[in-house]
Design a protein around this ligand. Sequence first.
Ligand code: ADP
Ligand code: MG
Length: 341
Amino acid sequence: MTRSKIHVLPAALRNQIAAGEVVERPSSVVKELVENSIDAGSSQVDVTVERGGQGLLAVRDNGFGISSDELNLAVTRHATSKISDVEDLSAITSFGFRGEALPSIASVSRFKMGSCTADAQEGWFINVEGGEVVDEGPTVMPAGTSVEVKDLFYNVPARLKFLKTESTEARRCNQVLFKISLANLETGFSFISNGREQFRLPPNQTLPDRLAVFWPRNICESLLTFSHEAGEMKVSGCAGIPSLAQGRGDRILMFVNGRPVQDKLLLSAIRGAYKGRLISREYPQAVIFLELPPDLVDVNVHPAKMEVRFQDERSIYSIIHNGISQALSRYELGVVEGLDT
Ligand code: ADP
Ligand code: MG
């Protein structure tokens, strides 16, 4: 290979490279857009996908919107309204903060965003193709934000090849939205795939009510709800009774400060609480929400923020373990007392 001069890459190409980390597949787009909607204080978020999100992927919300003069910035890399200085990084309360999602998505799709703030006369839209702004102007729309992503990865054939079938990708979008909905019970959500409504969740549901839309009835009816505090930390959620444990581990969902995470420590704490109550290779159902001061957890480990790092792993383990095992003991005690009478 002959050596070329070192040069700074053009913005569109930089965004495409960054997109590789943030936007792996249609469901990552759903996650980023819906998290933006929640950060914007929306009480209703509607998601539509066609052809598993490869044809169209649209998210519309009724949040506080973006003013017309800022819409261009919203699709600019490292532009965010959510943090300002390095101190903010250690106390993140919003889902977003990197200012990377929209420019990344817009660099690998035909992207259209319209937004209208509550006090504006009219909204503003911007069209971006492969990272280049191709059109913008005024638009008539209700307050909130609407994003349409078409032809995802049309300019990144390598990524397209790695996508699964349309129905698998649609199912992943469905799952991502389902998980986000569990941590945001006050918000209403709907999901439409290929013109068919897959679910509609009214705002202000309880966790068991929301779970009942997705999980079998017998499981939801016997879920034990729990809440447990230790110092500045709190864990709450629902846990399945041991006799309904199953061979599948996909009904264990974990959230840290409202973010869905995949974390071995939390998983082992949950399984630890069921130890001696299940036979091997059985998994319980559990949905746990761990809340702790933002400075005790680092969410800035991974661009998609699925991984987190804890400062004090031991106390995290014990609060979760104790919270769930106490709920299980109370239930077992109740069963025994029930047998006595
Ligand atoms: P981040 O969420 O990390 O700030 P994004 O690229 O996802 O970065 O979004 C950039 C900015 O655009 C956000 O900081 C926010 O100000 C604005 N924005 C994006 N989506 C919405 C939305 N649905 N409603 C209101 N503002 C939004
Ligand atoms: Mg964001």
